[in-house]
Design a binder for this molecule. Sequence first.
Ligand code: SDX
Length: 431
Amino acid sequence: MVESTKNATLTVDGQSFELPIYSPTAGPDVIDIRKLYASTGMFTFDPGFTSTAACESNITFIDGGKGELLHRGYPIDQLAAESHYLEVCYLLLYGELPSATELEDFESRVTKHTMVHEQMHNFFRGFRRDAHPMATMVGVVGAMSAFYHDSTDITDPWQREVAAIRMIAKLPTIAAMAYKYSIGQPFVYPRNDLDYAANFLHMCFAVPAENYEVNPILARAMDRIFTLHADHEQNASTSTVRLAGSSGANPFACIAAGIACLWGPAHGGANQACLEMLQEIGTVDRIPEFIARAKDKNDPFRLMGFGHRVYKNFDPRATVMKQSADEVLELLGVDDNPILQVAKELEKAALDDPYFAEKKLFPNVDFYSGIILEAMGFPTSMFTPIFALSRTVGWIAQWKEMIGDPALKIGRPRQLYTGETFRDYVDVEDR
Ligand code: SDX
């Protein structure tokens, strides 16, 4: 824990309280309020945690004003251009870029864990074919604690490590199985001769009836999408994983909780919602109608893929994703894709509109990812599962950091209660 260098003074009813202030290596100073209730008998009030640091972390840093995203200090645009997903996984988990030998060992350990227990195939069969793949993933990942009992003891560092490798390795297999199951095709086993992204594409699009060659440019774009979604500080789903982990729940249950939270359209579900919105807009001439709806206070409609709790400037991931969208669609010969045209015109119209500039609403990571994934052949229902498999390493890295903290306490927020005060029960005949 960083040392306090100065104090904040809180004065209530003429009484003053000194609260320590800590200065981070980057970002805002924090006021330590852990002793506030004991000292003042008062809580702070911050629904949505817009002004609350819930933990100390050294994994990912975001500067919303500058549009900066660092993983262990390395900027996301450099990692997306120079690194690859499994190397970023190593960086997030262990804090440093690996040597060639360390990377080879890590990739080998992940590769050797890509298959799932054969009994899990039966588990899938309990779902309806038309189940949303996110529903399947929440169920199957939660059920991993029923199959991998030897990596559920969170007090054992070795079991924590095995659980981490198993989830990074198996989430693509489970996501691909959820997709295959939803389209009535047989599961495709992982192949250890393919790299992580190519293996995922092969498990999704290969069929036993014929050979399937993964296009290396699409595999590179897939890997970049994984990297751009890997971790993002204390977002809603990561905070869910941390809160679940603070009770001592096993790692598979915690990640399943993170997947459930990510599903929401305000969070990871936005990529599916964004593409469906672009499809509903359909043509460039309908953009003004939807811009007007997004600005109308009486209309709950929001521009999906726009806005962010932290980025009040551009989302650096959206910039990289937009470049990738251009490359992939040109490769696929669909750079005249009407949805991409609508997306580009919508982005331009929104950024030119004072409402969005005033509210600092810029395209976020979800705005362009759906366009790439659709061009690759994924249905919109697979967009959030792909976000979930990408974010699994971030959830695990944050969970490991928390579990390894000797000061770990169970998360237990309080409330501002405005309900009924004490009153006696009234028999039904007297009501
Ligand atoms: C992700 O936290 C993370 O890091 C998340 C994430 C990650 O990697 O983990 O980055 C991934 O979740 C990206 C965000 C994906 N969600 C969407 O694209 C859904 C659309 N966006 C919004 O729902 C919204 O912008 C949020 C939820 C993302 C952020 O909401 P905030 O910061 O809580 O802001 P707000 O809802 O209080 O909105 C502020 C104002 C409001 O107007 P006023 O009440 O002040 O008049 O901006 C307006 C909102 O009405 N607004 C929008 C808008 N987003 C906010 N208006 C139109 N369209 C939008 N998209």
